[in-house]
Design a protein around this ligand. Structure first.
Ligand SMILES: N[C@@H](CCC(=O)N[C@@H](CS)C(=O)NCC(=O)O)C(=O)O
Length: 215
């Protein structure tokens, strides 16, 4: 399999698919298309019919959209979702909520791993998004039926979906307390997250649209 991704520093959607693929243990290759270049769209369209990445290439099959990629991988690697049907339903619900919500957090705290901007991006709207995310985390952590430090015990597709939020919290100085804070620290210490962060820190390309004004 090949995963087409964008800049590791900025591409929150790419991170989700990459982490899920890593969690399967499957070997894969990566191809990176840099965002914000004059030919970015043309380059992405060579791989992905939506003009967006991530896009998974599995032989002649293309799967685009981060959540679709996680679902596709989970067909071969069911451990990507919780084993229990009820838990799976919750995991899918919070993943879909993450996928389709939190516009203030996305726009006011864009993923920008190599920067440290504590205090920036905080508004009533982004704080409301943060409060809902922390509530999701705390509720999942409190009802775990499987041992482990992740939202459903073992690392799952839901953790991959929330991974970019963890980097956003790190950059913008969002520090939840209690179980959510412990979960955040666990995610940031995950070996694959650290590997992605180290690669992001090596990148030099700047995507102006993802940099907050006045920096
Ligand atoms: N819903 C899609 C969104 C993907 C997306 O927006 N990707 C961005 C990179 S993070 C992209 O390809 N942008 C290219 C562009 O806007 O031209 C997913 O989950 O994969």
């Amino acid at each position: 399999m090949k995963l087409v991704i964008a800049n590791k520093n900025y591409s929150s959607w790419s991170l989700r698919a990459w982490l899920a693929l890593r969690a399967t243990g499957q070997s894969f290759t990566e191809e990176q298309v840099l965002l914000g270049q004059p030919d970015s769209r043309e380059q992405i369209l060579k791989h992905s019919p939506s003009g967006r990445v991530p896009c998974l290439v599995d032989g002649s099959l293309l799967v685009w959209d981060s959540l679709a990629i996680i679902e596709y991988l989970a067909e071969q690697f069911p451990a990507l979702w919780p084993e229990d049907r009820g838990e799976r339903a919750v995991a899918r619900s919070i993943s879909a909520e993450m996928h389709s919500s939190f516009p203030a957090l996305r726009s006011q705290m864009p993923m920008n791993i190599r920067r440290s901007l504590p205090g920036r991006g905080h508004s009533a709207e982004s704080e409301a998004d943060i409060a809902r995310i922390v509530q999701i985390w705390n509720r999942c952590l409190a009802r775990r039926t499987v041992e482990g430090p992740y939202l459903f015990g073992r690392f799952s597709g839901a953790d991959a979906m929330f991974a970019p939020v963890c980097f956003r919290f790190q950059t913008y100085g969002v520090e939840p307390t209690g179980p959510a804070g412990t979960y955040l620290a666990t995610m940031l210490a995950h070996p694959a997250m650290r590997e992605w962060q180290a690669a992001a820190e090596q990148e030099t390309a700047i995507v102006a649209a993802d940099e907050l004004p006045g920096q």
